[in-house]
Design a protein around this ligand. Structure first.
Ligand code: DGJ
Length: 734
């Protein structure tokens, strides 16, 4: 009996493997979506099912894509759509769906068959491929959009959903992307954290079943887990080799990314808006557009993946990605809420003496009926506090300018304090639940951005300060509360709130960006609670964490650097941590540098060091901001963390190394291999940011090394307890 069973199983497998290795039937359509290195191939069979048959390195003979009939199957796929390009729920699907709907007539199933596809140029060298799908029985359509950025090797993917059924259709789940990759093993690196400890990586092998990354926090959505991940195939993610997919969802609200190792041990994953409490009622004739999922597929490990994302972000996403950024002095940690006009204008002089471009006035400048002297009141009342700032913001702007420094301001326009005139006037503008006590996060509530009147108000907050102070040069947009009490008094569909909030937020951000396209804007959310490429479409930079301890920051910045470029990463030198100012400055230099210290408390050498460091930064920032970043030694793996930036012409690099261990004798015991240089060029290595009164053990302007030597044999930056941070400039020798 057993023998017969096994034999029949054997015959089945034999016939199946013959089918699977056979070329695809000639009438199948293969839709090829390619970047410079990667191809995503979707096959449409005679039944019109769109299924993914390849995601990985592109083929050198494109005609051979048509040969791929299947991908990664290791047995029987009962439904033939485990590898669907957009898995519908109900009907024959058995796995995690990409889309789940209830039709107008109550039918809870969806079938999506291929109708047609098209590809067209989408500007800036990008190509947009759209695949149109339709339910054969219902007037319900989905279009899958794949925008490819060939040179940067990035694919941006989203879907649009529409129907002409008789009544509204309920969308229960509506993912942006559904991808499928077979491998032997899958290693997922995801990130977790909380306030002041953002972006801690965790790598795990995925096993059969579903692993979900998500947030339900609404605003400040990434506080516990950002929508970014690394997926390594067949072995844990390596820095310089191996297949790694880096993915991130461009959405600033609730998201869900579900990884499912299917019954055949192939991996499928769905990324999009979190279906949690978000059933969306779609009226006939209306179109729902999901946010974009962005990914790059690298065969050169995490390093290749992050360099592609950085290039893409600078060129295609972040405003002025190839432009300038302002160094600044912020008063938050210098004064907190305790300041007045005299104190602030004195700080302008400090900023000027230091040599920064701009002074940023943080929280605490507003509210009169309820002055903002602590974090319990006044959000929403965006008028200058007359006691602290009797002459208003205009005076500060002009005083700053007289001192030779620009002026910027902090706002938290989405929020309201229970003790505020705004709340008294417009209680219905506040997210709160009927018949429930209000529950606060940082003593505040969230305004209802799903309400167009509130959108106008929030836009007005920014617009008013800008209209009254046209030369205001910078805005830090903060967001310190999550959405508790998730209910809108005016939104007719309670389950639309989380989605409509983010759409409302983007409408406001877009209006601000359109009216003030050159205004630098910092995205901040009580630290790094909102770092995603949805908001970074409108913001020039982001605040990764309130934790500015030099040592901690090496780790935090290291992890953000997998997805976000240095030019957008605001790093401030503050009094957090035990490291000397040189260490903190060197760490801050690896992105967009700023200060949040009491300059007058710096001793003579600290001040001199900082002034010189700012000049050095000014000279080298094009390399750090626009260069390619190479992570050389991980802070998780040894005594020393090391990374470098190399400019496009490979004639200049800046190389940062830090001691991250306080064990006895810890340090760089040997050479670290450099990367990204031209092997044929010759370079000199010169130490930067040498502290006044100390001598570098490295400077030797006459010795030169070939790029080949530096990348093969390496160079010892001599990091140890006495030289805990070392910055080296690598320059092509004439
Ligand atoms: C949280 C931010 O992360 C800080 O930098 C500071 O702006 C405070 N909010 C002000 O309330």
């Amino acid at each position: 009996m057993i023998r017969t069973f096994l034999f029949s199983q054997f015959l089945l497998l034999l016939s199946l493997s013959t089918v699977l290795s056979a070329p695809a039937p000639p009438d199948d359509t293969h839709i090829v979506i390619e970047t410079r290195q990667t191809a995503l191939v979707i096959r449409v069979n005679k039944d019109k099912d769109p299924v993914i048959v390849h995601l990985g390195t592109k083929l050198s003979h494109p005609e051979e894509y048509a040969r791929i009939s299947s991908n990664g199957k290791r047995g029987e796929d009962y439904t033939a759509i485990y590898n669907s390009a957009y898995t519908p729920a109900g009907g024959r699907n058995l796995l995690e769906p990409a889309i789940q709907v209830t039709h107008a007539d109550g039918n809870p199933s969806l079938d999506l068959r291929y109708v047609r596809h098209e590809s067209k140029p989408a500007g800036d060298g990008a190509t947009l491929t759209t695949i149109y799908l339709k339910d054969p029985q219902y007037a319900f359509e989905v279009a899958l959009h794949y925008k490819t950025y060939p040179d940067e090797d990035v694919i941006e993917q989203w879907s649009t959903i529409k129907h002409t059924e008789k009544k509204a259709v309920t969308l229960h789940k509506y993912a942006s992307a559904n991808l499928y990759i077979p491998a032997d093993t899958y290693y997922l690196t995801h990130f977790h954290g909380d306030w002041a400890r953002e972006m801690n990586p965790r790598e795990e092998a995925l096993t059969e079943g579903v692993k979900v990354l998500d947030t339900k926090l609404g605003t400040r959505a990434d506080l516990f887990q950002p929508p970014s991940f690394l997926l390594a195939l067949d072995k844990p993610a390596q820095e310089n080799e191996g297949d790694v997919l880096a993915g991130t969802l461009a959405w600033s609200g609730n998201y869900q990314i579900a990884f499912e190792v299917d019954p055949l041990h192939n991996l499928r994953f769905m990324a999009g808006i979190n279906p949690y409490a978000s059933a969306y009622s779609l009226a006939p004739g209306k179109e729902f557009t999901t946010p974009a999922f962005l990914f790059t597929y690298s065969t050169t490990g995490k390093g290749g993946a992050s360099r592609s994302l950085h290039r893409w972000a600078r060129k295609h996403r972040i405003p002025q990605g190839d432009g300038n950024r302002l160094t600044l002095l912020n008063n938050w940690e210098a004064t907190y809420f305790d300041f007045n006009e005299e104190k602030i204008t004195a700080l302008f002089k400090d900023g000027k003496k230091l040599g920064v471009d701009l002074f940023l006035l943080d929280d605490g400048w507003f509210g009169n009926k309820y002055p903002r002297n602590n974090d319990h009141t006044s959000l929403g009342d965006w008028q200058e506090n007359k006691t602290k700032l009797p002459h208003g913001l205009g005076y500060l702007v002009s005083e700053a300018e007289k001192t030779g420094i620009k002026f910027g301001i902090w706002l938290e326009p989405e929020m309201v304090s229970p003790k505020s005139e705004l709340y008294e006037k417009h209680p219905d503008w506040v997210l709160k639940l009927p018949n429930r006590e209000e529950y606060y996060f940082r003593n505040q509530l969230v305004l209802d951005l799903s309400n167009p009147k509130v959108q106008d108000f929030v836009f007005g907050v920014v617009d008013n300060v800008m209209t009254k102070n046209p030369s205001l040069a910078y805005i830090k947009w903060d967001c310190n509360a999550v959405i508790y009490n998730a209910f809108s008094a005016t939104n007719p569909n309670p389950s639309h709130l989380y989605v409509d909030y983010v759409h409302g937020l983007y409408k406001v951000m877009e209006r601000v960006h359109t009216k003030y396209p050159k205004l630098p804007l910092m995205l901040c959310s009580g630290g790094g609670g909102r770092v995603d490429y949805g908001s970074l479409r409108y913001f020039t930079e982001f605040w990764p964490s309130d934790n500015t301890d030099g040592l901690e920051r090496i780790f935090i910045q290291w992890n953000y650097s997998y997805f976000f470029p240095a030019i957008a990463t605001c790093n401030h030198i503050t009094d957090w941590g035990k490291q000397p100012i040189k260490f903190r400055t060197d760490v801050a230099m690896m992105g967009k540098m700023g200060y949040d210290i009491v300059v007058s408390k710096l001793d003579e050498k600290e001040l001199q060091f900082s002034q010189e460091a700012l000049k050095t930064y000014d000279r080298l920032k094009p390399v750090i901001w626009q260069g390619d970043q190479y992570r050389l030694a991980s802070p998780y793996e040894g005594d020393v963390a090391s990374l470098m930036y190399v400019n496009g012409s490979k004639d200049k690099a800046v190389w940062f190394s830090y001691l991250v261990s306080n064990r006895y004798n810890a340090g760089s015991k040997g050479n670290i291999r450099l990367a990204g240089l031209d092997p044929a060029k010759t370079y000199s290595v010169q130490e930067l940011n040498v502290y006044p009164g100390t001598k570098s053990s490295i400077n030797n302007a006459t010795t030169t090394y070939s790029g080949n030597y530096l990348m093969t044999v390496g160079f010892n930056p001599n990091v140890d307890a006495r030289r805990a941070s070392v910055v080296l400039e690598v320059t092509e020798a004439n």
